[in-house]
Design a protein around this ligand. Structure first.
Ligand code: UD1
Ligand code: CA
Length: 493
């Protein structure tokens, strides 16, 4: 099967420098949805999948994006592109792909701005287009009955219900506008007829474009079979032309994803207040409070509880771990039964073993912390290797950066670090050592000893300063004393 994805349009209504098909829905570019669905169609029936993407507006940006996809998944190497230098309409766009089409196979046309069509809907459409004995497939349209069809092309049918034409909203009179069956843009076309049809397209319409939709009336004239199917879910056919449509589809998709989670047994405080921008895998009895955002690949172990307003990105959270409110976790591995937050920040390269506690305003970066260790308040742990049962006191800072290079701090098992300590890396604290509060550690601390660097405590007599008088106060007091001086003498009786 030939597969062509039209993605050359600018998306004027977006008012964006980014090509429309690269706008993101749930964190993923629109075009990626279409491509992933296309590849999920692969079966013996469809043979190898070689989609052709028609590029135009922002072609270089879209090409770069496709190149990036190839790096992540080599399957995408079979995607090829053609350029539609000037965007003269959907018919003109398909015309650019014509030389690449295999005439012996039908052509499936998809739109880069219709992201959520399911592969089962497409498989159904392809089946319905089955070629006749002469090898000609039917012109098969994916249509949908919408409560609000505004903006879409309408499917005009005869009295016998057979499809007669597609009329764009901008070319429609009030009778046509009242039709609720819309053209989704997705169709299977008989490839041998395409050349003649596309070359015969005219621009006599409200937008002065070559409409692909005009091939329908050509097929009617040629007496070719025209069929239609509908998707199971309305959101599968929604096209994205403007920011508000994108936001609306985002809301719909988030609701669908939240419902899937709940069906899988995840407890959501409020399914309308969670955002999933990637894949979220949850074991049994996970609880997620309101306002959380999950990005990239996130896995939550059994019994994990995520407090309100947390962001978790490309991370795994172990069984029974509890993440408290307003925590930000990025590319980290959190072990079983850990306690994180509130207000904790775990940055890339953080690996926490089981039962580690990271408390409020603690930042951890590129560090491993072994089991049962704690940093509960106001600390920075960067480029460090921390052993088991270590207590990191409030205000501890690993000074890992000398302005040019990053250096490591090693803290061995059973170390106790007093509050307000700076560890100037590279530095090592030996097993069982204690660092006194306020220490600035510039040399390794030996195991099992108290190391302390602290200015000697001193007490000297001190008189509390009095508050200075303001100018106004000075002026007022001067006036009063002047008045006193010139006060009239009392008359003698
Ligand atoms: C199109 C259909 C309309 C349908 C709707 C469904 C036509 C004439 N109209 O309208 O019947 O209801 O989609 O969402 O086909 N594109 C190009 N080159 C161009 C123009 C567009 O590649 O010169 C691409 C766009 O990038 C986009 C797709 O084709 O991915 C659809 O184009 P768009 O301008 O959004 O068409 P609609 O007005 O939505
Ligand atoms: Ca569109």
């Amino acid at each position: 099967m030939n597969i062509v994805i039209l993605a050359a349009g600018q998306g004027k209504r977006m008012r964006s420098a980014l090509p429309k098909v690269l706008q993101t829905l749930a964190g993923k570019p629109l075009l990626q949805y279409v491509l992933e669905t296309v590849f999920s169609l692969s079966s013996k029936r469809s043979g190898s999948i070689n989609p052709i993407v028609v590029l135009g507006h922002g072609a270089e940006q879209v090409k770069q994006f496709l190149h990036g996809l190839e790096q992540v998944n080599p399957q995408f190497k079979t995607v090829s592109t053609v350029l539609q230098a000037e965007q003269k309409g959907t018919g003109h766009a398909l015309l650019q792909a014509l030389p690449k089409l295999n005439p012996k196979q039908a052509t499936l046309v998809l739109y880069g701005d219709v992201p959520l069509t399911s592969s089962s809907t497409l498989a159904n459409l392809i089946r319905l287009a089955d070629p006749d004995r002469n090898g000609n497939c039917a012109l098969t349209l994916l249509t949908q009955d919408l409560d609000d069809p505004t903006g879409y092309g309408r499917i005009v049918r005869n009295q016998d219900e057979s499809i007669q034409a597609i009329v764009e909203e901008k070319d429609a009179d009030s009778t046509v506008k009242a039709i609720q069956e819309i053209n989704t843009g997705i169709m299977v076309l008989p490839t041998p007829s395409l050349k003649a049809w596309l070359k015969a397209l005219k621009t006599k319409n409200a937008q002065g474009e070559y409409y692909l939709t005009d091939v329908v009336s050509m097929a009617v004239k040629a007496n070719l079979p025209i069929r239609s199917a509908q998707a199971q879910e309305e959101y599968e056919v929604i096209g994205v032309n403007s920011r508000d449509q994108l936001a609306e589809l985002e809301g719909t998709l988030q609701f669908v994803l939240a419902n899937q989670l709940m069906q899988d047994g995840v407890a959501l405080a409020d399914p309308s207040r969670i955002d999933i921008r990637g894949t979220l895998q949850c074991a049994k009895d996970v609880y997620i409070d309101v306002g959380c955002i999950f990005e990239g690949c996130v896995s939550l172990g059994q019994g994990v509880s995520i407090g309100p307003y947390c962001v978790v990105r490309n991370s795994s959270i172990g069984t029974g771990a509890k993440i408290d409110a307003f925590s930000y976790i990025d590319q980290a591995q959190v072990g079983d039964e850990c306690r994180i937050g509130p207000y904790a920040r775990l940055r890339p390269g953080t690996v926490l073993a089981k039962e580690v506690h990271i408390g409020n305003f603690v930042e951890v970066k590129n560090s491993t912390i072994a089991a049962h260790s704690k940093a509960n308040h106001l600390s920075y742990v960067g480029d460090s290797t921390v052993g088991s049962r270590v207590n990191i006191g409030a205000g501890t800072i690993t000074c890992n950066y000398d302005g040019v290079n990053k250096h490591r701090t090693v803290i061995e098992d059973d170390v106790f670090i007093g509050s307000d300590t700076q560890l100037v890396a590279p530095v090592k604290v030996g097993r069982g050592a204690i660092l006194g509060a306020g220490t600035t550690l510039t040399k390794d601390a030996p195991p099992n000893q108290l190391t302390i660097s602290r200015v000697k405590q001193n007490s000297i007599p001190w008189k509390k300063p009095q508050p200075k008088k303001s100018i106004r106060e000075k002026v007022v007091s001067k006036k009063i004393s002047a008045q006193k001086l010139t006060a009239p003498r009392k008359r003698k009786a």
